[in-house]
Design a protein around this ligand. Structure first.
Ligand SMILES: [Zn+2]
Length: 368
C-alpha cells in the first residue's frame, strides 16, 4: 500500500501573506504571494506549512513581484514549531523560489524575514511606561493611528522623531525601532534636552494584514506627506502629532529589498536642502559609520533620473524637511544577503537591526 503524500498551507497572523496557487498535487506545494490592494505591489510572504515529508515548497509568482532582483541568492527564514528563526538558502529560477519543507511531520513557519512580534512590542511598551522619562501614546489600528513612545525631555527640548514601518512588511525596520528604544531606556540621564518620539510601526493595519506597502485602504503612506490634510489616516494622525510638538530631527526608517546594504536616500540636490541640514545629516551618517560596522559613509540610492515632483512632495523625509525645517533622514536597511561597511557579504539578522538601532540612538543622543 502506498500512502499519499500530504502537505497543507496554513495561515500566519499577524503579517501573514501567501495562498495556495493550486491544490497540492503530491509533488510540490505551490504558493503565491498576495498583492497589496489597489497598487498590486508584492514581495513579503509569511505562512505556515504542515507536511509529512520534505515536500518542495514553491513560491510561484516572484517573477512579477515588486523587487525581482531581491530573489537572487534568495534567503527564506524558517521557524520550526516552538523553535528559533533561521535562514535557509532557497533556489530561484524562472520566477519561482523553491525550498524543501524543513521538518517533515511538523508545522513550520516561513517568511522573508523573522516577523517582529506584537508580544515583544507589548513588553517594550511596558518598559517605556515604567520608565520615569517614558510615555506610551496608545494607537488605534482601525483609525490608522500608530502607537508611539515618547522618551526624554519636555516640550522645550529638541524634538527627535523616529518613524519605522510606514511599510508594514519592512520588519528589519521594526526590529531597528526595538534596538533604538532599548538604548534610549538605558540612557535616561543623557535624554535631557532631547525628546524622542518613536513610532515603531507607523502602518499597523498594513503590517497586520501582511501587505508589502499599503495600509488597509490600499494607500502607500510614504506618498501622502504633501501639503494639506493627508488623505491617508496613518500619515494624517502622525502629522497632527508632529504639528503639536514640532520636529527638529526626523529619521524615517525603511527596508530596501534589492540593494543589499545600509544606506541613506538623499534628495538634497532636488530639494535645495539648506547646507545646515545637509551637514546635520552627514554628521549623523558619520556617527552611524563610527558606531556600526555595517554602515559605510556615502552609500546612496542610485537615482537614475530625478524623482518626480509628486514623489518628492509625498515622501516623508522631504515633506517633513519642507514643513518643519527639520533635518530629515531616510535610512534604508537590507533584507536577506547584504554587504557590511567593508563590503564583506553576510546575512542580515534581526540582531543586526537591533544593533543598528542602538547605534542610531547613541548618535542621536550625542549629536542630534
Ligand atoms: Zn519602506
Amino acid at each position: 500500500m502506498t500512502v499519499e503524500p500530504f502537505a497543507d498551507l496554513l495561515g500566519a497572523s499577524p503579517s501573514g501573506n501567501g495562498r495556495l496557487a493550486v491544490p497540492f498535487d503530491g509533488n510540490s506545494l505551490d504558493v503565491e504571494i498576495e498583492p497589496d490592494p489597489l497598487t498590486g505591489a508584492y514581495q513579503w510572504f509569511h505562512f505556515r506549512v504542515r507536511a509529512d515529508g520534505a515536500v518542495p515548497i514553491r513560491i510561484v509568482n516572484t517573477g512579477a513581484s515588486s523587487y525581482p532582483r531581491g530573489w537572487e541568492d534568495c534567503i527564506v527564514w524558517v521557524q520550526p514549531a516552538g523553535g528559533r528563526w533561521r535562514p535557509l538558502r532557497a533556489a530561484h529560477a524562472d520566477g519561482i523560489v523553491t525550498f524543501s519543507h524543513a521538518v517533515p511531520g511538523s508545522v513550520v513557519s516561513y517568511a522573508l524575514f523573522p516577523p517582529y512580534r506584537q508580544a515583544r512590542l507589548a513588553r517594550l511598551a511596558q518598559r517605556v511606561a515604567a520608565s520615569p522619562a517614558g510615555q506610551v501614546v496608545p494607537g488605534d489600528t482601525k483609525a490608522g493611528r500608530a502607537a508611539r513612545f515618547a522618551l526624554g525631555g519636555d516640550a522645550s527640548a529638541r524634538q527627535i522623531w523616529i518613524v519605522c514601518g510606514q511599510h508594514g512588511s519592512e520588519h528589519p525596520a521594526l526590529w531597528f525601532a526595538d534596538g533604538l528604544v532599548e538604548a534610549l531606556l538605558q540612557d535616561e540621564t543623557l535624554l535631557a534636552g532631547k525628546r524622542f518620539h518613536v513610532v515603531p510601526i507607523a502602518n499597523p493595519g498594513g503590517m497586520r494584514r501582511g501587505f508589502l506597502r499599503t495600509n488597509p485602504l490600499g494607500q502607500d503612506p510614504n506618498r501622502h506627506w504633501g501639503e494639506g490634510r493627508a488623505a491617508c489616516p496613518e500619515v494624517a494622525t502622525l502629522l497632527d502629532a508632529m504639528e503639536g510638538r514640532g520636529v527638529d530631527v526626523l529619521l524615517d526608517v525603511h527596508t530596501d529589498f534589492e540593494m543589499g546594504t545600509v544606506y541613506l536616500d538623499v534628495l538634497d540636490e532636488w530639494m535645495e536642502t539648506p547646507e545646515r541640514l545637509s551637514r546635520l545629516r552627514e554628521d549623523f551618517e558619520h556617527g552611524l559609520a563610527e558606531f556600526s560596522s555595517d554602515v559605510a559613509f556615502g552609500r546612496r540610492y542610485p537615482w537614475s533620473e530625478p524623482p518626480s515632483p509628486d514623489l518628492l512632495a509625498g515622501m516623508c523625509a522631504p515633506a517633513v524637511e519642507r514643513r518643519f525645517g527639520a533635518a530629515a533622514i531616510t535610512l534604508e536597511l537590507p533584507i536577506g544577503r547584504y554587504r557590511d561597511a567593508l563590503g564583506a557579504p553576510g546575512i542580515w539578522y534581526p540582531r543586526h537591526s537591533l544593533a543598528l538601532g542602538r547605534a542610531a540612538a547613541a548618535v542621536l543622543l550625542g549629536r542630534a
